[in-house]
Design a protein around this ligand. Structure first.
Ligand code: SAH
Length: 213
């Protein structure tokens, strides 16, 4: 089976599961996940599973990417911050939907590789920064949308500070073993609201406002 067939089968499966709306599904049908995984994993690129990407990290399961991206409700006028670039796959998905996308990764190796892949695919609206994303990216704040793709023990205050009015933050919050996928919304007056979308499993967010190393 060719990759295009495998990719469209995966998207059909996400549609059946009701993981995301058609806008997000169209993006998942377009972004080549195989480019973001190592050669040894490439035959599994369109399976609905998380895969190792080196440095003890993983590229998230497509269902989880679909659910998180859908919950984030990104549109072209948004300035978006992602914490945990990893492979860069979720970054590419955000770049297809958003205006300007800033992504922060703490591993230099992963940041470099992701930057090269995103350049190769021609994403001109993406900026990969190296650093501790638990502190956000104050130099480019505020953000309309913030997505964290590693598990935080609590919602990092810096990310709340950098969320624009009308903004939305999606992140896994909880213990090291499993977490709740939390959506924090800030209304136009600045008031915060929080809801949960169910249980997820992410690698730890390591940093000043995350887990210790
Ligand atoms: N979104 C990624 C999956 C990321 S896995 C993808 O699509 O492939 C989580 C990533 O978060 C890992 O690469 C890890 O190095 C990174 N990470 C963990 N703590 C971080 C921190 N404080 N700041 C930035 N990145 C962090």
């Amino acid at each position: 089976m060719g990759w295009e067939t495998e990719q469209s089968k995966l998207v059909q499966r996400l549609r059946r599961e009701g993981a995301a709306g058609e806008g997000v599904l169209a993006v998942l049908a377009r972004v080549p996940r195989d480019v973001f995984v190592d050669e040894a994993q490439r035959h599994l690129a369109f399976h609905d599973t998380a895969l190792p990407i080196g440095q003890s990290q993983t590229i998230s399961q497509p269902t989880v990417v679909a659910v998180m991206t859908d919950a984030l409700e990104v549109s072209p006028q948004h300035r978006v911050l992602e914490i945990g670039t990893g492979s860069g796959y979720q970054t590419a998905v955000l770049a297809e939907l958003g205006g300007e996308v800033f992504t922060v990764e703490r591993s230099p190796e992963l940041a470099d590789l992701a930057r090269r892949r995103l350049q190769y695919l021609g994403y001109a609206n993406v900026h990969v920064a190296l650093g501790d994303g638990t502190m956000g990216l104050p130099s480019h704040a505020p953000f309309d949308r913030i997505l964290v793709t590693a598990a935080a023990p609590t919602v990092p205050p810096a990310l709340i500070d950098q969320l624009a009015p009308g903004g939305r933050l999606v992140l896994p919050v909880g213990g090291r073993a499993d977490q709740q996928l939390v959506v924090v919304s800030r209304d136009d007056e600045g008031a915060l609201q929080e809801r949960s979308l169910g249980q997820v499993r992410f690698v730890p967010l390591v940093g000043v406002q995350g887990w210790p190393e």
